[in-house]
Design a protein around this ligand. Structure first.
Ligand SMILES: Cc1cc2nc3c(=O)[nH]c(=O)nc-3n(C[C@H](O)[C@H](O)[C@H](O)COP(=O)(O)O)c2cc1C
Length: 200
């Protein structure tokens, strides 16, 4: 619960044009299920292309998952200013183009500007970068964002939890991402060790 006068918990979620639009959608779904977090959604044009191609999701269905939806062209939006308090920002998935823009502080659309603000205010920025293989520009840009305090979080699935479906695999990653924001009790179960309970 917030103290009187303190801003609500807020997260900015951006979906850009890398494959894996489902990560952004599941983040919104999980935040809605958790409750108590105001979500601000941004979708790039290439992000829309991928959402339609990969998920066949209607715009209204996606918009309904967020509290506020901003146009990427609206660089005058609330989230373009550091004075608008947020808990941070997640870009899921994050294209190499958006990564480059963030790494170089271009602020050339509201996604890059909100990420720039998140970094300058020393708030948490998590980029679910998606490309393979990487070239040197990608690697250098990831290093630059890390040096500025951002978290590079490629959505690489883990197999030790034996996911039974793509949804489970995605949700395991989403839980790890949201746990970085300490929104409440951990969503991702703690690893108990391979031989828990056995001394041998
Ligand atoms: C079907 C499809 C899949 C794509 N997958 C990726 C990807 O995995 N990673 C990436 O960096 N770019 C990918 N791209 C290219 C980006 O969408 C493109 O570079 C775009 O300019 C990114 O713009 P944005 O950062 O504003 O979303 C893909 C494009 C399409 C159409």
């Amino acid at each position: 619960m917030n103290l009187p006068g303190t801003p609500p918990r807020r997260l900015i979620v951006a979906i850009t044009g890398a494959t894996g639009a489902i990560y952004g959608v599941r983040i919104l779904d999980m935040l809605r299920k958790l409750g108590g977090v105001e979500t601000h959604l941004l979708i790039s044009s290439a992000g829309w292309l991928n959402i339609q191609h990969e998920l066949q999701l209607a715009k209204d269905d996606l918009h309904a998952r967020a509290d506020v939806v901003h146009s990427v062209r609206d660089v005058g939006a609330s989230i373009a200013s550091g004075s608008f308090a947020t808990d941070g920002m997640i870009v899921a998935p994050c294209s190499m183009r958006t990564l480059a823009s963030v790494a170089h502080g271009l602020s050339d659309n509201l996604i890059a500007r909100a990420a720039d603000v998140t970094l300058k205010e020393r708030r948490r920025l998590v980029l679910l970068v998606r490309e393979t293989p990487f070239n040197l520009a990608h690697l250098r840009n990831m290093t630059a964002v890390t040096e500025m305090g951002g978290v590079i979080f490629p959505p690489l699935p883990a197999f030790y939890n034996q996911p039974a479906s793509i949804e489970e695999m995605v949700d395991q990653t989403v839980a790890r991402v949201l746990d970085l924001f300490a929104l409440g009790p951990a969503l991702s179960p703690a690893w108990q060790g391979l031989h828990s309970g056995s001394a041998d």
